[in-house]
Write a protein that binds this ligand. Structure first.
Ligand code: PGA
Length: 253
């Protein structure tokens, strides 16, 4: 299966100038990659449209790199101050949206029924949701799996037969944003579990990524496990050195 690397910039960087530098560099690196690796960049909303035009000029359409939004409204249009719809995202060329990220779940109080609605809006507008799931606390494998399974069941209630437009990212919440990634073998076993559940329950074979404290040094241990179809990278996606190193390693593996 093709590998996927998603760079989630979160609420960074703080100026358009810095964002452009980061984007131009990521684009330059992505041009060097083989066809087996796709790169998705999820910048803050305000930069999306500009980046879309950089990717799709009159003369050239960039391949191998796509845009994701970090959030989407659960509604398509109307009086919803501050919201941005999947329809609007589609209109400016966004291909993916991150849904169910733990920062949205736990800092902004998003629950599974809201997440399920957001995923439905994304599907209606032909945008691929990247659904983040993961246990909150370090716990035994079986209790972590039971937590993750319930999240998947609730978040995918609107999944219709034949819908293949979906990526799952397994991100144990305790491993995000620091120097504490999960044991790669355990991540790979959890990903295997998610895949077999999706196959049994929905007859689906989907890419499942790992996310949480991934950087260039730690990625080697994760790359050994073929069940892991790619990575959702936060902090490291803001460093030029890390971007280059991560993409090179995933591509060469
Ligand atoms: P991190 O973030 O790579 O900084 O741990 C990952 C994420 O939040 O998706």
């Amino acid at each position: 299966m093709k590998k996927l690397v998603v760079f989630n910039w979160k609420m960074n960087p703080s100026s358009f100038q810095k964002a452009k530098k980061l984007f131009d560099f990521s684009l330059k690196q992505s041009r060097k990659l083989s066809a087996h690796l796709s790169v998705v960049i999820a910048p803050p909303f305000v930069y999306l449209e500009h980046f879309f035009y950089l990717l799709n000029s009159k003369f050239k359409k960039e391949k191998g790199i796509s845009l994701a939004a970090q959030n989407v409204s659960f509604k398509n249009e109307g009086s919803f101050t501050g919201e941005i719809s999947a329809k609007m995202l589609k209109d400016i060329g966004v291909s993916y949206v991150i849904v169910g990220h733990s920062e949205r779940r736990y800092l902004f109080g998003e629950n599974d029924s809201l997440i399920a609605e957001k995923i439905k809006r994304a599907w209606e507008n032909k945008i691929t949701p990247i659904l983040c799931v993961g246990e909150k606390k370090r716990s035994s494998f079986s209790s972590a799996w039971s937590f993750v399974r319930k999240q998947i069941e609730k978040d995918l209630v609107f999944l219709k037969k034949g819908e293949k437009n979906l990526v799952i990212a397994y991100e144990p919440v305790w491993s995000i944003g620091g120097n504490k990634p999960v044991d790669p073998l355990r991540a790979s076993l959890m990903i295997e579990k998610i895949k077999s559940f999706l196959k049994e329950r929905f007859h689906l074979l989907l890419p499942v990524l790992y996310g949480g404290s991934v950087d260039c040094q730690k990625i080697d241990d994760f790359l050994k496990y073929s069940q892991i179809d790619g990575f959702l990278v936060g902090s490291a996606s803001l460093s030029l050195r890390e971007i280059k190193c991560l993409l090179t390693k995933v591509d060469n593996f």
